[in-house]
Design a protein around this ligand. Structure first.
Ligand SMILES: *[C@@H]1O[C@H](CO)[C@@H](O)[C@H](O)[C@H]1NC(C)=O
Ligand SMILES: *[C@@H]1O[C@H](CO)[C@@H](O)[C@H](O)[C@H]1NC(C)=O
Ligand SMILES: *[C@@H]1O[C@H](CO)[C@@H](O)[C@H](O)[C@H]1NC(C)=O
Length: 785
């Protein structure tokens, strides 16, 4: 008979009964008060209880097995088998006392099923049948409540009513929920008051304060505690943090940052470009801050628009009117009233006032110096091609939009009128022609006229002027082509040998009408006649039979062609008709000799061309030769020119044909010649040649005193001349002297075989002059210098 009692009441009964060892039975009552009767049996009980987490130093006593047949003589041996027998639970085989060897954890294993036997120690005979019993681990509150998450995240709309659920938190307790309050958890709020509350039993967090404003405080850290033992003292607790943020609702209207915006825009602002940007602020975020701008009134309808930039929530004011450009001269200021409004409005907050705002915008147009403006976008002028020079063909007009009274100057853009056909009066814009026009050359002259502000030449604008040249009948009609006409020798009278037509570069309005006739002077004895077909063509007809090429091989028929215009123009065109032999069908067989040679060989034109080419070639050859000769002479010319810079010539006579060793002045300048000629002394520094002082002859004997004076004077003049060139220069003088006994007046004449003695009049002047004398020295006794 097995009975497992697990009711708490019975445990208490046992504990009470435990003291009455050896009793043979006991009674109890069930919950309904019905008496429970237990029949006598060998084992006294079959359920033990044990406290978990026993911390005592000795082994915990579990209970005692006892058999009725145990007389206390030690013959009974108790044997324990089952879960944990021998390890967790040990039995004293004599006394039947069971001890637990270790700490046990109910949360690990709540009960152990064991089997007990009582045997005779000596005979091993079973004294009692094997019986199953349970050791149940008694719970103690050794586990604190644990939340399912360490951190909870939650959102609740701002401005929520009190008691709005936010989130539910849950904590569990590992202790035995069926026994005692060890697992009975109660929630409370440690942090987060007074904004939030928590339901003690369910853990549901709710708002506890009305009108929580995200714009004031957005995030809250709420700490919730769960405590077991139903929240009583001594219970274990655990906490968690709930991060609660308020989500936005549209509880704030947009507000303009200013009540009056002022924008300054230059009048040159282009169509579509923004004249200003306005911005309203909204404390809300996301779509609750989205807004629309619009113009509610303006004093310039259509001039401006306002668009909303969704990403930046700005109102942009572009200038929109095609027809009314901003014009300082017309309207200097515009005033607009604009409104901004939230796009998404929450009806709950209507009471908080209108979710829109208004502001005034002032747009001030600023003056810009604008270029002159022509009255028209383009001008078309017409002029007859026979108009004389300086005829005024029209006029243009432009004015400065900034100041109607400021002067404008006109000019022709010469790039459009390279040939200088037109001119414009700078003051009044009258366009006139500078030369005669020819419609047949250019029917249109498309030019540009520039208007420039007189006071500010940088401000200019241009206008196209289309000048159409009107036709005047100034051209006579001529043959359309160069006709090659022949007449057969066997031709009959009135036979058509050619159809002619005409052209005329003029362009009469009704088209051309040409008249053909035979020239008056040829009409009498004409051999051909002209028949006007009245369709701008004419036929050339024979007038008689039989033309003989031997008699006359070529006829020239003058044809007068006139146009029907006014003034009538006519011309006489000569048709050349050759006489040829033909077959019966009229096909040309043989023409006169001249025509044949012309065809077989080269035409006279080609011959002339070839001849011309040869002549040109010859001329080029001759020209080349001439040029080469000229080039050979060149160095001489150059040196001549160079020397001219250095030599001041005073009527130098030179040595004549016999003067073969005369000093080559060319070497003065030619650098190579300087290198070669070591004899040269004209530029040798004076220090190399210290002045040689010679005794001056007494004045009585000095016949050349006046010459010396003369040369002294000249030398002094030269030395003190501030304009004299910096390099050595040669000056020659002619001096005749007075009363000299010498035949020649040459100062150098006395230089003969006697040598240096006669230089005495030079001695005063030093080596510089002596050098010059040396140059001209030697045997040139005939020299006058
Ligand atoms: C402009 O001036 C020129 C020269 O004085 C004159 O011939 C012309 O008629 C004027 N044009 C106008 C439009 O007054
Ligand atoms: C000048 O302008 C006229 C009219 O626009 C046009 O017909 C003509 O072809 C133009 N001529 C030249 C040379 O551009
Ligand atoms: C017509 O032909 C004859 C003879 O062939 C000639 O003498 C006369 O000059 C010609 N008349 C003209 C106008 O060429």
């Amino acid at each position: 008979e097995k009975t497992i009692f697990t009711l708490d009441k019975l445990l208490i009964t046992y504990m009470f009964d435990r003291g009455r060892k050896g009793s043979t039975g006991w009674t109890g009552q069930d919950t309904n008060g019905v008496s429970l009767r237990r029949s006598k049996r060998g084992w006294m009980w079959n359920q033990f209880f044990l406290l978990e987490e026993y911390t005592g130093s000795d082994q915990q006593y579990v209970g005692k097995l006892h058999s009725d047949s145990d007389r206390g003589d030690g013959s009974v041996k108790y044997v324990l088998t089952g879960e944990g027998a021998g390890t967790l639970f040990k039995i004293d085989e004599k006394s039947g006392d069971i001890h637990a060897t270790k700490r046990l954890d109910r949360e690990e294993k709540a009960y152990y099923i064991l089997h007990a036997k009582a045997v005779n120690r000596f005979t091993n005979q079973a004294l009692e049948g094997e019986s199953e019993f349970i050791i149940k681990i008694h719970d103690i509150n050794d586990n604190e409540p644990r939340f399912t998450k360490d951190l909870y995240m939650a959102r609740v709309p701002e401005m929520s009513d009190i008691g709005t659920s936010v989130i539910q938190v849950t904590a569990t307790d590992a202790d035995d929920a069926t026994y005692g309050n060890s697992a009975k958890v109660v929630y409370s709020i440690l942090e987060g008051q007074p904004y939030f509350s928590v339901d003690p039993e369910t853990g549901l967090i709710k708002t506890a304060l009305p009108g929580m404003d995200r714009e004031v405080k957005e995030n809250y850290q709420v700490v919730i505690q769960a405590k077991d033992m139903a929240g009583q003292m001594g219970g274990l607790s655990g906490t968690t943090t709930v991060s609660i943020s308020l989500s936005d609702v549209n509880d704030n209207p947009p507000r303009f940052t200013k009540t009056l915006y002022e924008f300054r825009v230059p009048e040159s602002t282009e169509l579509g470009s923004a004249v200003g940007v306005i911005r309203a602020m909204d404390a809300d975020i996301g779509e609750n801050a989205e807004m629309d701008y619009r113009i509610i009134s303006t004093d310039g309808p259509g001039m401006f628009d306002i668009t909303t930039n969704k990403s930046k929530q700005q109102g942009i004011l572009p200038h929109t009117s095609v027809f009314q450009p901003l014009d300082f001269e017309k309207k200097r200021q515009y005033s607009l009233r604009v409104q901004v409004e939230n796009v998404h409005i929450n009806p709950r907050f209507f009471s908080m006032g209108p979710f829109k705002d208004e502001a005034t915008i002032k747009i001030i147009v600023e003056d810009v110096d604008e270029p002159p403006v022509f009255e028209r976008a383009s001008y078309v002028m017409e002029v007859k091609e026979d108009a004389p020079r300086n005829t005024v063909i029209g006029s243009v007009s432009a004015s400065d939009p900034d100041d109607k009274n400021s002067l404008v100057r006109y000019s022709i853009d010469r790039r459009t009128d390279m040939d200088r056909v037109f001119n414009v009066h700078a003051g009044n814009g009258s366009v006139f022609i500078l030369r005669e026009l020819d419609r047949e050359e250019y029917a249109w002259h498309n030019i540009s006229i520039i208007a420039t502000e007189f006071n500010n030449p940088r401000q200019s604008s241009r206008v196209p002027v289309y000048v159409r040249v009107l036709d005047i009948n100034d051209n006579a009609p001529t043959f359309a082509t160069n006709y090659e006409t022949f007449v057969c020798e066997n031709a009959k009278a009135n036979q058509r040998i050619q159809t002619v037509s005409a052209t005329d570069p003029d362009e009469p309005l009704g088209g051309h009408r040409f008249f053909f006739s035979l020239a008056q002077e040829a009409a009498g004895k004409a051999n051909f006649s002209v028949r006007d077909n009245k369709d701008n063509t004419a036929w050339i007809l024979t007038r008689r039979n039989n033309y003989n090429s031997l008699q006359k091989s070529i006829y020239h028929v003058p044809v007068v062609i006139s146009d029907g215009e006014f003034p009538m123009q006519s011309s006489t065109n000569t048709l050349t008709i050759r006489v040829c032999t033909c077959d019966r069908e009229g096909n040309m067989k043989l023409c006169n000799a001249e025509a044949l040679t012309a065809r077989a060989g080269l035409s006279t034109g080609a011959m002339v061309a070839i001849l011309l080419c040869i002549i040109i070639l010859l001329m080029i050859v001759v020209l080349f030769a001439a040029l080469r000769r000229q080039r050979k002479k060149e160095p001489l010319i150059i040196s001549k020119e160079d020397v001219r810079d250095n030599v001041v010539s005073y009527n130098d006579e030179g040595g004549g044909e016999e003067d073969t060793q005369a000093f080559d002045i060319g070497t003065l300048r030619n650098p190579e010649a300087i290198e070669e000629s070591k004899q040269r002394r004209d530029i040798v520094p004076e220090t190399f040649y210290p002045p040689i002082r010679r005794p001056v002859l007494p004045p009585a004997q000095d016949n050349n005193g006046d010459v010396r004076d003369f040369i002294n004077q000249r030398l002094q003049d030269n030395d003190s001349d501030p304009t004299a060139p910096p390099y050595d220069s040669l000056a020659t003088y002619a001096y005749e002297g007075n009363g000299s006994i010498a035949e020649s007046l040459s100062s150098l004449e006395s230089v003969t075989t006697e040598g240096d003695q006669d230089y005495n009049y030079l001695s005063e002047w030093g080596p510089r002059f002596k050098k010059l004398a040396d140059m001209y020295g030697g045997d040139n006794s005939d020299r006058d210098s």
